[in-house]
Design a protein around this ligand. Sequence first.
Ligand SMILES: [Zn+2]
Length: 221
Amino acid sequence: MIAPAMNSRTDGALTYQSLGQRKASVERSIPAEKMTRLRQECRELGDLQVKLSFDRDARYRVVVEGVIEATAKLPCHLCEEAVPHSLRTTFSATIATTEEQADYWSSGEENSDLNIVVIEAPRLDIVELVEDEILLDLPSQVCIDLNCGNRPTMVYDQSAGADGGAQRQGDTGFGGGVETLVQEDELSKVEDSVERQMPFVGLKAAMQELDALQGSDDEEV
Ligand SMILES: [Zn+2]
C-alpha cells in the first residue's frame, strides 16, 4: 500500500548529504494538511506536487532545486473574494546545518547570491524544505475583478484627497467622496496617456488608410 506514512518513512532514511552525493531526484505529493502555515494563508489548498533535485556544489555543500505546484484560493484583502490561483514556485537553495555555517557562507563575496537555508535535522523533511519557499512566493495581489479596489491604480493619496475634497464641496453632481476622486484621478491618467499618444495619431490614421486600400486586395485572395 502506498500511503503518505510510507512515503515519509522512506524519506526519513534519506539524509540531505546522501541525496546530494547521489544527485538524487525526489518527487512527492504532499497532502495539503501537512502545510499548516500555508493553509492559514489560503483556502481549498490542494495537495502539493513537489519535485526536488539534489546535488553538491564545488565546495561539497548540498544544493537543491525545487518545483512546487498546487492549486488554492487566495483571499483578496479588499473585496474578500477567494480567487482561484495556481501556485507554482521554483527555488534553489544551499542547505546549511547551523546558523553559524550559514553566516560563514554568506559572508563570502562569491556567495552573495546564494539562497542559504538552515535545516538542522539531517534527514529530508519536504514540508520544512518547501513551505517557506512557497509562502515567500505567494502573490500579494490576486484579484481579477476590475471593480476591486485591490488594483494598484486605485491607490489613493490622502493629502491630495483633502484638497480635492474641498474643491469639490460644491459639486454635488458626482456625490463627492473617495470613489469619485479616484475615478477622476484615473480619468486624468487616461487623458495624460492619450496626449502622449497624440504624435502617433496621424501615423495610425495613415496606416488605417493603407490597410483599407490593401483590404480590397485581401478580399480577393
Ligand atoms: Zn478583490
